[in-house]
Design a protein around this ligand. Structure first.
Ligand SMILES: NC(=O)c1ccc[n+]([C@@H]2O[C@H](COP(=O)([O-])OP(=O)(O)OC[C@H]3O[C@@H](n4cnc5c(N)ncnc54)[C@H](O)[C@@H]3O)[C@@H](O)[C@H]2O)c1
Length: 334
């Protein structure tokens, strides 16, 4: 069986915790080169995974590494410019989320991906979770009846020190936006996967406890294509425990999930009867994401999380920001 050879760009937090272990663990997958402008970080990660090629310059790594595919695990402002270069250089692309700073620049990457004979994916790994798959099957089978509502809440405390490596996450020019881009995008992507882009959004964003130029909280009403109203609340500014919850409500049934990194059961309620569906714990969601991408390369098919699909989350996020800025309901699709 052929092997997909990876160049990993970025040796920061996600690369160490999730990406490099996934690229190494997936079948028929091998990291051949690591690139980071912080030479010592690239060298340390390379040593951990027995990788011989270490680069400090992205263009040199692209030209010399001999990789088939590139995983971009760098700050968001680099995703689109580097992603375009990866496709131009004739390599497959897997890029961290969110896809880019805004929908305008993401459109450029989505168009390049469409015109390329290489694969382009984005790390919205929750689409691989059993919670998502179970819910998607219920939607497809019409088990909810008519979808009439739902909610998503995601609260995580985030206050990086100004000297921290990841301070870029709270700087608009480097991250595109605040918690909507960083956290919210994951759960918005789930709703897009289930119901496609919604009709419209009505949102408020605030920066309550920080001096950042991005939001640290947001509240949104999302009108799905059938008119059902879904609400979303995101906070980065409370020191209380992490909370991640999602509920989808139909005329006949509802589904609720907790935090997908744990093995909390999915709750399926039909009428008044509640069923606890046990979900197998996954320690590293990067592995199914990478395995699907590697299999897609080897079997010449599209990956589950494509750049084209990730672009939709950027479109939705932009509409949310526009609604908050203009104080009105904003159409997402015509
Ligand atoms: N999938 C998820 O759930 C998840 C979670 C956290 C972060 N992320 C995403 O992963 C990406 C990286 O986040 P992180 O938390 O690891 O950030 P980080 O700041 O810890 O790491 C980023 C790394 O990129 C390197 N870098 C910066 N410019 C570079 C360049 N020009 N060439 C090569 N390397 C360069 C930095 O030196 C750093 O090591 C972001 O897109 C972020 O949104 C995804």
């Amino acid at each position: 069986m052929a092997i997909v050879k990876w160049l990993l760009v970025g040796a920061g937090e996600i690369a160490n915790n999730r990406v490099a272990p996934s690229l190494a663990a997936a079948a028929n997958s091998e990291i051949v080169a690591i690139c980071d402008t912080r030479a010592e970080a690239a060298a340390a990660l390379a040593k951990k995974f027995g990788v011989n090629q270490i680069y400090g310059d992205f263009e040199q790594a692209l030209a010399e590494s001999g990789a088939d595919a590139v995983y971009l695990a760098t700050p968001v402002a680099l995703h689109v410019p580097h992603g375009l270069r990866v496709l131009e250089s004739g390599k497959h692309l897997l890029v961290e989320k969110p896809l880019g700073l805004n929908a305008t620049e993401c459109q450029r990457l989505a168009s390049a991906a469409q015109g390329s004979n290489k694969l382009a994916g984005c790390a919205y790994y929750r689409r691989h979770s059993e919670y998502y798959k179970f819910t998607k099957t219920m939607v497809e089978n019409g088990e909810f009846g008519q979808i009439v509502g739902g909610y998503m809440n995601y609260f995580v405390y985030h206050k990086p020190d100004k000297s921290a490596l990841n301070y870029w996450t709270v700087v608009r020019e480097k991250a595109g936006g605040g918690l909507l881009c960083h956290l919210g995008s994951h759960i918005l992507d789930i709703f897009i996967g289930l119901f496609d882009l919604p009709l419209s959004v009505c949102a408020q964003c605030g920066t309550l406890t920080n001096d950042w130029n991005i939001e640290d909280c947001a509240a949104i009403i999302i009108k799905l294509r059938n008119g059902a109203l879904v609400t979303a609340n995101f906070n980065w500014n409370s020191m209380t425990p992490v909370r991640h919850e999602l509920e989808i409500l139909g005329t006949r049934a509802k589904v609720s999930w907790g935090w997908p990194h744990d093995s909390e059961p999915l709750l399926k309620t039909v009428g008044h009867e509640v069923q606890k569906i046990e979900i197998q714990k996954v320690n590293n969601f990067g592995i199914p994401l990478v395995q699907d991408f590697v299999d897609a390369v080897l079997h010449n098919r599209q990956p589950l999380c494509t750049v084209a699909e990730a672009f939709k989350t950027s479109v939705l996020t932009d509409a949310i920001y526009r609604s908050a800025a203009e104080g009105r309901e904003v159409k997402v699709i015509n």
